[in-house]
Design a protein around this ligand. Structure first.
Ligand code: GLP
Length: 242
């Protein structure tokens, strides 16, 4: 596992952006796994600027998002689809048919999950997966528990995640309790993974990831230790806890 410590959020976003420019230029047909949340916003902003300066071309890029709330339509401002459109897709030349985001309004959710994994396989698999990190150590919506799911599945959000994510909703009661999420195998099958984490609230799971030697379902991010190609980019606050 490669660790990069940046001085702050901007530097973290800039470093990640440089890596994405390299990877996309090396392989214009790259299959990207993408995350939502506050963490990748700075990276997405920079990728849009680089696209506008003709430094990257997304015309052949394929994307698969990690997760989506169940029950929210694409138009809902709190949906991850809406987040992705506003923070990245609407501003770059990606083809709409190359964008894949779980559909939280699918009539048959179980079948949707199976199809999503099949679509990832058919695309040749994810070349570069971007992960954020939950304060409780979750990745995507794979929450700590007795077991973790391998495939794309319907997840129950932990109460602490509902509380943390309520900042994106009008009230905590509006936060969906369930979501579609890529499973642990879906994530770990990616050829390369970049995990980004910033701020003191991420110190606990980052510290555990970097300093403990075990994998445990109580800390889903710990499974990244068994992947051969992971880069963790953190800011000083996430690294030091102050
Ligand atoms: C959510 C998402 C995760 C994300 C995490 C961290 O729960 N399901 O995919 O990585 O929160 O979010 P943030 O970047 O806003 O801290």
């Amino acid at each position: 596992m490669k660790l990069i410590i940046s001085k702050d959020y901007d530097e973290m976003s800039e470093l990640a952006c440089r890596m994405y420019i390299d990877e996309i230029n090396k392989n214009p047909e790259i299959v990207l796994g993408l995350a939502t949340g506050s963490t990748p916003k700075g990276l997405y902003k920079r990728l849009i600027a680089e696209y506008k300066n003709n430094n990257i071309d997304f015309s052949k890029v394929v994307t698969f998002n990690l997760d989506e709330y169940i029950g929210l339509s694409e138009e809902d401002e709190s949906s991850y689809r809406c987040f992705m459109n506003e923070n990245l897709f609407n501003h770059i030349n990606i083809k709409s048919e190359n964008i894949n985001i779980p559909n939280g309004k699918a009539t048959d959710l179980e079948k949707f999950c199976e199809d999503y994994d099949r679509r990832i396989e058919e695309s040749g698999g994810i070349d570069l997966m971007l992960l954020g990190l939950g304060e409780d150590g979750h990745i995507a919506f794979n929450e700590p528990g007795e077991y973790l799911n391998t495939c794309t599945n319907i997840a129950n959000l932990a109460q602490s995640t509902i509380e943390v994510n309520s900042r994106f909703f009008e009230s905590i009661d509006d936060v969906p309790k369930t979501a579609i999420t890529m499973g642990m195998a879906g994530i770990l099958k990616s050829k390369k993974i970049i995990l980004m984490a910033n701020g003191v609230n991420k110190h606990k799971p980052i510290n555990a990831l970097l300093n403990e030697k075990r994998v445990t379902t109580k800390l889903p991010v710990s499974f990244l230790r068994i992947h051969p190609n992971v880069t963790v980019i953190v800011d000083e606050k996430a690294y030091r806890g102050r």
